[in-house]
Design a protein around this ligand. Structure first.
Ligand SMILES: CC(C)(COP(=O)(O)OP(=O)(O)OC[C@H]1O[C@@H](n2cnc3c(N)ncnc32)[C@H](O)[C@@H]1OP(=O)(O)O)[C@@H](O)C(=O)NCCC(=O)NCCS
Length: 169
């Protein structure tokens, strides 16, 4: 029998709220994607811990997992932006490297858009870096209807701009 890469399997892809049992997989893929710094990885761990221990509403961090069968192949974290009416931040979105470019990220985005719209959300904001390492991330947001509405040069560090992508729901 030949093993296929995860993205090519026929098991149906679905997105649901992240469960405590997903934590190890979420942590592993955050480390495996290779674009996040140690501080960013630690931040994901921190937000995930707040979500698991306090819950989504109390922590303000809503995690969803994309699954094929029992395998977690992606996740995202979003939450309401303080002091706004109906604006939500997409804090993190990650697809396991072996499942990339098979629509997992797009499926997660579609689910978040529908969850946010159901809460009278009207705008989703994704802040990302202007560095070359994030070119595929920027292409991803554009592919799914986000537009880069603002940027700040040298925001994260000299030569590392902030790009603010917006999706109006
Ligand atoms: C961004 C990310 C979530 C996309 O997930 P995905 O499951 O591959 O997304 P989809 O399959 O739905 O969409 C793929 C699209 O994303 C972009 N993309 C993803 N990987 C790419 C790559 N290696 N090179 C170029 N474009 C890429 C393209 O627009 C691609 O569309 P195409 O295949 O038609 O060219 C995933 O690449 C990832 O985890 N990146 C690292 C973490 C990250 O930067 N997260 C966002 C900031 S928190």
């Amino acid at each position: 029998m030949t093993l296929e890469p995860i993205g090519a399997t026929t098991a149906a892809l679905f997105v649901r709220a992240t469960r405590p049992a997903d934590v190890a997989a979420v942590q592993a893929m955050t480390r495996a994607v290779g674009v996040f710094s140690a501080v960013e990885v630690a931040t994901v761990d921190e937000l995930l811990d707040a979500y698991v221990t306090q819950g989504a509403e109390a922590s303000g961090y809503h995690f969803v997992s994309a699954c094929r069968g029992s395998e977690v192949v992606g996740f995202a974290c979003y939450g309401p932006r303080a002091l706004t009416q109906g604006v939500y931040d997409l804090y993190w979105i990650v697809t396991a490297p072996q499942a990339s470019r098979h629509g997992v990220g797009g499926r997660i985005l579609a689910e978040i858009e529908s969850l946010v719209a159901a809460r009278q959300g009207r705008m989703l904001i994704a802040e990302t870096s202007g560095r070359a390492a994030y070119a595929s991330t920027r292409a991803f947001y554009r592919k799914y209807g986000f537009t880069c509405e603002a940027s700040i040069a040298d925001f994260y560090a000299p030569g590392d701009d902030l790009a603010i992508f917006v999706r109006r729901l």
